[in-house]
Design a protein around this ligand. Structure first.
Ligand code: ADP
Ligand code: MG
Length: 250
């Protein structure tokens, strides 16, 4: 589904990602953990091409994101081709950024209406279906300010789902929430994982990663230090850096 090869991202003189090679299979749930500043968000942003990477490759479903191979070398894709590939990649952010002046349903259907040019009725149906998946079918006509933070983030997830993406990238989806609201969002994500949606989740919720992830990837200093099934990463960490990191989260 997603393949990065020697992916590197440099900001000025600072190397945020240093040779990341990672494969994500269809229906896989991959949790990315690591200290603040280790490059987790930058990785997700390069995978969704919100950030143009410096070197290496990102392939989404077999298509080289942002570039095309030619006999003369790599050529940048047109914006239109980039958008075509990105359309299948959903994103859920820490700050959900719902439009305050739009109803929940309008927030969820805006993407499909603008980018897929589907008729309003079709978008509405897909939007209601997405809201049902996050347990908010009765909330379509409310406004974001009338919802709790956890409900707002579930709308954020429904907004991603309404685009019918092939993979969803989550960047610390529960980090901005009060502790008592975290559970409902994690439960929603657990249900999606059970449906076989491909998910890449940057998270500090080690319990969620241990329970839901097929694979956990530990990043530090812009590199993948260790990866494997949660049982071995949490139960038998090999690198000193991962052991140290896990100590701080106990
Ligand atoms: P994480 O999500 O793991 O906390 P980030 O990917 O946000 O880490 O950031 C990795 C490093 O890259 C950090 O040191 C951060 O300061 C730096 N960085 C991220 N975005 C930019 C940017 N737009 N310009 C300069 N440095 C950046
Ligand atoms: Mg981050």
């Amino acid at each position: 589904m997603i393949s990065t090869r020697d992916l590197t991202k440099v900001f000025g003189s600072f190397t945020a990602l240093s040779g990341i090679s990672l494969d994500i299979m269809e229906s896989e749930v991959v949790c990315i953990i690591g200290p603040s500043g280790s490059g987790k968000s930058t990785l997700l942003r390069c995978i969704s091409f919100l950030e143009e990477y410096t070197s290496g490759e990102v392939e989404i479903e077999g298509r080289l994101l942002g570039y095309r191979r030619t006999p003369a070398g790599m050529v940048r894709e047109t914006e239109r081709n980039i958008d075509d590939v990105r359309r299948n990649v959903g994103m859920v952010f820490q700050h959900f950024n719902l439009w305050p002046h739009m109803s929940v349903l309008d927030n969820v259907t805006l993407g499909p209406r603008l980018t897929k040019r589907v008729p309003a009725a079709t978008a509405e149906q897909a939007g209601r279906c997405a809201l049902a998946k996050v347990g908010l079918e009765g909330f379509a006509n409310r406004y974001p300010s009338q919802l709790s933070g956890g409900q707002q983030q579930r709308v954020g997830i429904a907004r991603a789902l309404a685009m019918e993406p092939h993979v969803i990238l989550f960047d610390e989806p529960t980090s901005a929430l009060d502790p008592q609201l975290v559970g409902e969002v994690l439960d929603t994500m657990k249900a999606l994982a059970g449906e076989g949606i491909t998910m890449v989740v940057v998270t500090h919720e080690m319990g969620f990663a241990a329970q839901v992830a097929d694979r956990v990837v530990f990043m530090d200093g812009g590199q993948v230090i260790e990866q494997g099934p949660p049982s071995s990463l949490f139960g038998n960490p090999r690198s000193a850096r991962l052991r140290e990191f896990l100590e701080t989260w106990k």
